[in-house]
Ligand binder design. Structure first.
Ligand SMILES: [Zn+2]
Length: 348
């Protein structure tokens, strides 16, 4: 499981910057250890693991889905977290991200990169999840931020190590020199952070030069709409990419995922309570605090049609939960072409 968050470091570490876009953008990835024999135990998902930080120039590079795609290749060097005994990438990868436009699980470029990684590494399942607004503090990677931020206290990064690249108005006069200065500042920051040990796990930070900052879109493994319909489900906060059972299409499962989740896709999280009418989801948002989210195993058995309130139209609640995948525009566009679509029959 990998967590990801981004924040900005101004250069130098004052509340002003020396010139426009003179910032470093660190992308922070925290590997999360999951203990063995932890089936059904939430505490088996720990808060600890190694940290990887890709530092980019805020002026010469961008933080994009393709940049994160490149970072994923670097992350694989965390063998203890990412590799199985045969040194292959583990068959199930879960990304928990902070939901910016460059990593939001609903965004097509993010999904395209996820599909690429899914196919390239022969994964059984790949999940990209983000927290609802106001709940990003629950992203486990936030726990790594305090020790990293502490290292920035009092730190002034050199912005003209090789000489000034700015005129008196703060305008760039020498772009090559500017890039060299950014590199020096980024490598200095990487050196500082690489010495941080969090919960006895290492931190690896590196400066990514702008020329090699992004994944090459040309090399992206692309799939058609039909493949998308068979293997992908997206919702407001969660994208799932899962192997199918057609041996002509996907190879044998490498994990026990399909024994634990025989329906392939994880069910929508619907809170329930025992009511006079049986097990039901809350009718109104105000009632929801007295309801509880059942375990994934119970959720798999419950049928949304049985527990959701009968709605005159598709209610706000059901839009947000049970019909998540129905709302995927790409799927709707795709299946609108198909007269035999049953997947989205409620909306098609
Ligand atoms: Zn398949």
């Amino acid at each position: 499981m990998l967590m990801h968050v981004e924040y900005r470091v101004t250069l130098p570490d004052h509340d002003w910057v020396v010139a426009a876009r003179h910032k470093l953008i660190p992308s922070v990835y925290a590997g999360i250890q999951i203990t063995r024999e932890g089936l059904g135990k939430p505490e088996a998902v720990t808060y600890s693991g190694p940290t990887y930080i890709a530092i980019r120039s805020g002026k010469h590079a961008s933080s994009s889905a393709f940049a994160h795609g490149l970072d994923f290749d670097r992350l694989q060097e965390f063998y203890s977290i990412t590799r199985d005994a045969g040194q292959n990438v583990k068959p199930i990868v879960v990304f928990s991200v902070d939901g910016g436009p460059d990593e939001n699980p609903r965004y097509q470029k993010v999904i395209d990169v996820a599909i690429h990684n899914f196919v390239k590494h022969n994964l059984d399942a790949l999940f990209v999840a983000t927290n609802a607004p106001g709940r990003s503090a629950f992203n486990r990677v936030e726990r790594m931020m305090a020790p990293l931020s502490r290292e920035l206290s009092g730190l002034i990064l050199p912005h003209e190590h090789f000489g000034s690249h700015l005129d008196s108005q703060g305008r760039t006069t020498d772009e090559a020199l500017e890039k060299a200065n950014f590199k020096m500042a980024g490598e200095t920051l990487a050196e500082v952070w690489s010495q941080v040990v969090i919960d006895q796990f290492p931190t690896i930070a590196e400066y990514i030069v702008p020329e090699k900052s992004e994944f090459d879109p040309e090399s992206l493994i692309a799939k058609d709409t039909n493949w998308f319909q068979q293997h992908v489900r997206t919702s407001q906060y969660f994208t799932q990419i899962v192997k199918c059972h057609d041996m002509q299409c996907c190879s044998n499962a490498r994990s026990s995922f399909f024994k634990v989740v025989p329906s392939r896709f994880l069910p929508p999280p619907i809170p329930v309570a025992q009511t006079t009418e049986g097990l039901k989801a809350p009718d109104k948002h105000e009632d929801s605090c007295s309801y509880k989210f059942p375990s994934m195993f119970v959720s798999q058995i419950l049928k949304p049609d049985d527990i959701l309130p009968i709605a005159k139209t598709v209610s706000r609640f059901s839009l947000m939960t049970s019909t998540a995948h129905l709302l995927n525009r790409v799927l709707l566009i795709g299946c609108a072409r198909s007269a035999t679509c049953t997947l989205h029959h409620k909306l098609c």
